[in-house]
Design a protein around this ligand. Structure first.
Ligand code: SF4
Ligand code: SF4
Ligand code: SF4
Ligand code: F3S
Length: 373
């Protein structure tokens, strides 16, 4: 049996297996794609913490792929996009099909099951750019060359495909924080979740005969500490905090500000219909048509806002990666961006880094300061 639920990312109702039931609070992430350098520190921070056991060798709950040609697993999105058919928006309302109600006969939702070898090359196509016919070394697409890095974790979706697909009801979404988990006691290895997750973030462990997925580092989150992949991000591209629904958005909540107020961070493939809770600031140099398919119709406005010089937005982005604690509220004043937890100040950074020019010759110490390589 299916239910009619509201998906605010699509601005429309859709079909889902269970009734609409939102958690008390929803954990969510924003990744700024413009700052990612594909160092894979996030990938290894997660791997060494959670998936270094038997049967987990191939698993990367966090992965970073080069777009447009990198995938983990191979072709994960293009295969599903093709299956879904034309995805149409009417302004900012989605009028095409989602994965729900689009499954093959007898199936709850549309999905694809990757072959074993599709998981084997986590970033095939790394650093390959699109081609430019006139000046480039490649023959290919008739637009400027570009590529970018797309960091991906489980989206802890509001309407998880994995959860809807599991016939054992072994997957649940926590009421207190919206984290989606697989109950290892209940799971019997049916692998419908692997097929049903459109982002391919449920993974099967051959050694235990059960599926596993990103657990949002819940032991840390419960203590107000960031997830491992966020805390270790070298490029400081990530922030994790709470996200309200658009009607309850708060100006002083960092994720509400980025997602609902400035609308600078957008969901990945919202047309799948799962209402994912990882949001992306789109790369400013990439072909708009490609980005619209990936992040929805808000892309051009998001890039325009990001390119603007809004001091609050710049200050908030400066707070990314500035503390290991979860910033619940923030403000920008007198040239400083300040983060709070439970109303208490936990971090303060300057919006603009001070520039200090030192004398070439320090008379007091009688030393010369110059770069020596
Ligand atoms: Fe489930 Fe996939 Fe959504 Fe994660 S991203 S909650 S695994 S459907
Ligand atoms: Fe891994 Fe935690 Fe990041 Fe999930 S939130 S990808 S478990 S480090
Ligand atoms: Fe990108 Fe940060 Fe991961 Fe490095 S650690 S690959 S900068 S998301
Ligand atoms: Fe269900 Fe996936 Fe386990 S479908 S039984 S959670 S393998």
């Amino acid at each position: 049996m299916s239910h009619k639920v509201y998906n605010w990312q699509l601005k429309s109702d859709m079909i889902y297996k269970y009734e609409e039931s939102r958690p008390k609070k929803q954990i969510a992430w924003v990744f700024d794609t413009n700052k990612c350098i594909a160092c894979q520190t996030c990938t290894m921070a997660c791997k060494t913490t959670w998936t270094c056991g038997k049967g987990e060798e191939y698993m990367f709950w966090n992965n970073v792929e080069s777009r447009p040609y990198g995938f983990y697993p191979l072709g994960w999105d293009v295969k599903l996009l093709e299956k879904l058919g034309k995805q149409e928006w009417d302004g900012d309302k989605y009028v095409g099909r989602t994965i729900f109600g689009s499954g093959e006969e007898g199936e709850e939702l549309a999905g694809i099951t990757p072959e074993d070898r599709d998981w084997a090359h986590p970033n095939i196509g790394e650093d390959e750019v699109t081609a430019q016919i006139e000046d480039g070394a490649y023959f290919g697409l008739p637009h400027m060359s570009w590529m970018f890095y797309l960091a991906r974790i489980c989206n802890h979706c509001t309407y998880p495909g994995c959860l809807a697909a599991c016939p054992r009801k072994a997957i649940y979404k926590r009421k207190e924080d919206g984290i989606v988990l697989i109950d290892q006691e209940r799971c019997r290895g049916y692998r419908k979740c692997v097929k049903g997750c459109p982002y391919k973030k449920a993974m099967f462990n051959l050694m235990t005969g059960r599926s596993e997925k990103c657990i949002a580092c819940y032991p840390a989150l419960e203590k107000g500490i960031k997830t491992r992949c966020v805390e270790n991000c070298i490029g400081k591209i990530r922030i994790v905090s709470w996200l309200s629904t658009p009607d309850k958005a708060r100006e002083d909540a960092p994720l509400d500000y980025l997602v609902h107020i400035k609308k600078v961070a957008l969901p990945l493939y919202p047309q799948f219909g799962t209402e994912p809770n990882v949001y992306y600031i789109p790369p400013i140099h990439v072909d708009a048509k490609y980005l619209k398919q990936m992040f929805g119709p808000g892309v051009e406005d998001a890039i325009k806002t990001y390119r603007g010089n809004d001091e609050t937005l710049v200050g908030l982005i400066k707070l990314f990666g500035s503390t290991d604690r979860i910033i619940e509220t923030f403000k920008v004043e007198n040239g400083n961006a300040i983060g709070f937890s439970n109303g208490e100040e936990i971090v303060r950074v300057p919006v603009k880094e001070p520039v200090i020019i030192r004398e070439f010759h320090d008379e007091k110490l009688d030393v010369y300061r110059h770069s020596v390589t």
